[in-house]
Design a protein around this ligand. Structure first.
Ligand SMILES: [Zn+2]
Length: 60
């Protein structure tokens, strides 16, 4: 099936204006206040949730 009439460049771009990536959300770490990804351990302090904290090795 072919389209009856070709859409203009503007029409195509308007249709594709919804096809974009959403920005990755970030939350503040309640422990140290740094930005971190939700449901992930904090990069700075290793905080995940109350009662769970990962020990980070900073020897890189
Ligand atoms: Zn933190």
């Amino acid at each position: 099936m072919n389209p009856v009439q070709r859409k203009s460049r503007s029409q195509s771009k308007m249709r594709r204006s919804h096809q974009h990536l959403k920005p990755i959300g970030s939350v503040r770490c309640p422990n140290c206040g740094a930005a971190k990804l939700p449901h992930c351990a904090c990069n700075d302090c290793g905080y995940v949730r109350p009662g769970l904290k990962l020990s980070l090795s900073k020897d890189e």
